[in-house]
Design a protein around this ligand. Sequence first.
Ligand code: HEM
Length: 255
Amino acid sequence: MFITRHAEALAVLADTRYVPPPVRQDGREGTLAWLRAHVSRFSTGDTHAARRRLVEERLAGLDPAALRDAARTATLEARGDWRGVPTRVLGAALGVADPDALPAPVAAAAAGYLSGEESPRADAAVAALLDRADLPAVTLLLQAHSAVETLIEHALPHLAQPGDVEALLRETLRHDPPLKATRRLDTRTGDEVTLDLTAANRDPDVFPDPGRFDPARGQAPHLTFGAGVRPCPAPAHALALAAGVLEGLRDGGRR
Ligand code: HEM
């Protein structure tokens, strides 16, 4: 089933009978499959709640304003070469040693993290990351990497517009979400449900003139950070990292 309406997507996201499609549980320790079997993102029920608590505790120790400042400074120092900046900044804030060396293994592991596509390269990257950081920190780095970089990419064409970067990012999240869909399994029927976030974010019942990119829209109830039972626990951190990079690009000239 494919869901495109905002209200229906919200209802599924709030219903515990819909769970993330299960992932294989028999991966060798330290591999991508093993990691996916041990993170909150793909688990359910009490296991999910316990694992989610661990990442929330780590997030509570991170100050979004400090992430934003660090991302701005790093982007300026890199003379606008911003790729990898969010991951380096997040890694440093999480206390991972040598954060400048994180983007390559994080990108390699993140490539298969959501899709589940396994490869020797992804397995090696996961092993290297787990040598340097604990599971909650690795989870946060992998969840953040592609989503934040894609958000920045999608916002860049609008950077010349006047207005603050928060408004620009909010409307980019609604209009052009970095994650276009998320999936659930209906535990009653075994059917898989795809939630089309781009379509739900342009539902005319909720967003007037939904196809228009309008940073003046204000706090629109987009579904890009999920909702209901297991929304993204880090929207403030995501926005801070992206805003810091955009400010660095605006203040220092861009690439
Ligand atoms: C623009 C950037 C981001 C977007 C659009 C985004 C979006 C999402 C969404 C939609 C989910 C829920 C998936 C689902 O229910 O199917 C999610 C989960 C999650 N996100 Fe984010 N995210 C972003 C950035 C981040 C960052 C920066 C972090 C960490 C610093 C993070 C950490 C997590 C974690 C740990 C989960 C799993 C939560 C759970 O298992 O309950 N995300 N994210």
